[in-house]
Design a binder for this molecule. Sequence first.
Ligand code: NAD
Length: 436
Amino acid sequence: MEKITVVGSGYVGLVSGTCFADIGNRVICCDVDPFKIAMLRKGEIPIYEPGLKELVEKNIEAERLFFTSEIGDAIEASDIIYIAVGTPMGESGEADMRYVHEVARTIGQHLNRYKIIVNKSTVPVGTGRAVEQIIKENRKNRFVKFDVVSNPEFLREGSAIEDCMNMERAVIGATSDEAAKRIAELHAPFRTRIFQTNLESAEMIKYAANAFLATKISFINGIANVCERVGADVTAVSAGMGLDSRIGGKFLQAGIGYGGSCFPKDTFALSYIAEEAGFDFNLLKSVITANDEQRFVVVNKLREALGSLQGKRIGVLGLSFKPNTDDMRYAPSLTIIPELVNQGASVRAFDPIARQAARNQIAEYYEDFGSIEETLEDCDACLILTEWSEIVEMDLTRVKELLKAPVMVDGRNCFTTQKMADEGFNYYSVGRPAVT
Ligand code: NAD
């Protein structure tokens, strides 16, 4: 049993802290946001993540999981301190490190005995060393020792608990073998593969992994755009490609591009890191540009289907960047909906979970509704932006009745073209022949 404090109780801190508690550790999750902590103390979860509420409740009851805004006290009470605060995109695309540095200062000020400081936030190479330096500068007693470890997070929002409990690997980067061993032991109940390396390589693995996945997405979207023009079907192409074990079938679904809190900022951050290091990472820059452009594919398809968008009413289904999350950070809908409005359309929209989060960001561009039925009533076309199960499973006959004309643009390839032809839709998807 380890005494762990997790600083930052967002998607990563809350999920990983809860999972560490669930495998038998005593975990204190803390945050600067007092509202978040007040909610958590009442057993309310500030984010939407399947299974999280039950797991938090279970571990609060078992007296293994605690919440506080007294960050200094929490640090003093534990032996392993996880840093899981945000590293958002700065003005030039760089990772904004102010929160990590702030936490490092607080840790330094409260270093009352030996501790292992583990960084879980996604951070540029060199951060572990910087954290070490900041702690040294701020500790009151220079004889109190500590070690810094990098243990980047790979969970996916929407299946975060599952990903944490059954993690494919734990990357542990450290200068001290002892500290690395202790963090490896902490992961033993997860029965995962441990990959141990130095601090710098561990930090780089996270960016490299995300940039590679983003590249796969932009690549298949490029292939999709070619498929459309030459009469091929990208779903068949990616299925055929994916059978090659060197390629693998995951992250080969064509659509409107990646979004969310990680890929956009991490690709920008890596591009910035490369530039600072004197390497012009052109491939990565193209991945980013291709992703930005891919958003507009569905806008062009709507124009193709309806002629001009002027005066047209579009029913948008799905706002979050992917299903099973309320995270709206860099969601494609944030770009697509304003563009539809710029082109003269009016927008009605539905999302089963991200409704409030979306309203907070682009409320002025659309009217939002609590059901698919209300959203699509009298619309000139339906536009799918997120493949929530209730959207994929909706009654297409009813959808046809609600729409003025049976026009659907599907940014997520939710249905087969055959099905949509049978249902009598004019159906435009990504990388597949249009059904007209
Ligand atoms: P988040 O914004 O959901 O949560 C960060 C939390 O840190 C917030 O609750 C914030 O109030 C808190 N915080 C900020 N400064 C603090 C301070 N000084 N002391 C205490 N708390 C403070 O962010 P997130 O999505 O959990 O991401 C955290 C890190 O993990 C980022 O670096 C991100 O890139 C990385 N990551 C995220 C995911 C993901 O899917 N969300 C996956 C892997 C890695």
